[in-house]
Write a protein that binds this ligand. Structure first.
Ligand code: C5P
Length: 233
């Protein structure tokens, strides 16, 4: 049994103010999306990589991917109106492999987090096989409880990984209801129990350590910060 990875790059990225999709911005000699896909292809035990792109970006994305592929295949899928719809587009492509049992676990990653390391994919995939689901979590700085202790608040990152049949089942039922979650875990939390749509989850979701380095490119200064993190000290 093998893992599948979904890389989401179908946002508009307008907040970054570049006039192009932020995932096509240059980052240390390659584009943000190329770096995310290159790392995804380096994860062991991965049989399928699906890259979700915005309609109109297909040819630009294919051009940046071409040098990375070698004998590997990346399936390009056109995404939807929001992140959840883009995930659903990818899961429908993976459905036959999930239903046949060939793919037992799926990790979903935002291409806008180009610094996620291979080790983080390994950690969420392993934890998802053990627990059903796994998400990277970082403590949020500056939130203090009454006694000065840091409260339980956490920043949730990607890649997020889930047992494949539970993931497909949750998204199939969410699609019937028109549910749209902010991240993959939120859909599993709402639809994780296969006995009833909307019944709160049976899938337990483990937290694995994320890191501040796994930043999300949202604004132009984030690209500069990512480049600084990549440059040799
Ligand atoms: O816009 P935001 O940064 O929150 O998007 C998170 C990730 O989801 C990005 O990698 C973006 O490309 C992706 N996305 C998508 N389809 C959408 C919206 C966002 O694949 N419709």
């Amino acid at each position: 049994m093998t893992a599948a990875l979904v890389v989401l790059a179908a946002g508009s990225g307008t907040r970054v103010g570049a006039g192009v999709n932020k995932v096509l911005l240059p980052l240390a000699g390659e584009s943000v999306v190329a770096r995310s896909v290159r790392v995804a292809l380096a994860v062991a035990e991965v049989s399928r990589v699906v890259l979700v792109v915005r309609s109109g970006d297909e040819s630009d994305v294919s051009t940046v991917l071409e040098p990375l592929l070698g004998d590997r295949e990346v399936v390009l899928v056109v995404g939807g109106a929001d992140r959840h719809a883009s995930e659903w587009a990818a899961l429908q492509v993976l459905a036959p492999d999930i239903e046949s049992g060939e793919v037992d676990v799926v990790a979903i990653h935002d291409a806008a987090r180009p610094l996620a390391p291979v080790g983080l994919y390994d950690a969420v995939l392993a934890a998802a096989r053990r627990h059903g689901g796994a998400i990277p979590v970082t403590p949020v700085a500056g939130l203090l409880g009454p006694a000065g202790a840091v409260t339980g608040a956490a920043g949730v990152q990607t890649p997020q990984a889930f047992e494949a049949t539970a993931l497909l089942s949750a998204y199939t039922r969410a699609a019937r209801d028109g549910f749209s979650g902010t991240d993959t875990a939120s859909c599993l939390e709402a639809y994780g129990d296969p006995t009833g749509p909307g019944v709160s989850g049976e899938v337990s979701i483990a937290a694995v350590p994320g890191s501040a380095r796994n930043l999300k490119v949202t604004y132009p200064e984030d690209v500069a910060l990512a480049e600084a993190l990549l440059s040799p000290r």
